[in-house]
Design a binder for this molecule. Structure first.
Ligand SMILES: [Zn+2]
Ligand SMILES: [Zn+2]
Length: 100
């Protein structure tokens, strides 16, 4: 299931092993019209219209937000204990931000 080959975003005929896709893209991008590069993963490339949708659903996005989350809840030093004891999503000031 974990396909070690990925399809080149510039040409679907290019099947490149995952470990080499980055090097391939550097070469391939010179031969094709410019594509937008995903801010979360440099191997995700597509037209700017597609990218607008992609950045919302990018699979690499979650790891970015996990890193940023402690900054948002910076005042809480022991989130685990609060989750167990008295965490109420309805009263969480950050809850609204995620509820869109
Ligand atoms: Zn290619
Ligand atoms: Zn992406």
């Amino acid at each position: 299931m974990d396909d070690p080959f990925v399809t080149c975003p510039y040409n679907a005929c290019h099947r490149v092993s995952r470990s080499r896709i980055q090097a391939h893209l550097v070469k391939c991008q010179k031969n094709y019209p410019k594509l937008d590069i995903c801010p979360y993963n440099a191997t995700h490339r597509m037209s700017s219209d597609e990218m607008k949708q992609h950045v919302k659903i990018c699979t690499n996005r979650s790891s970015f937000f996990l890193k940023e989350k402690p900054l948002v809840t910076g005042a809480i030093s022991t989130p685990k204990r609060i989750l167990q004891k008295e965490y109420l999503p309805e009263t969480d000031p950050n809850h609204e931000m995620w509820d869109d």
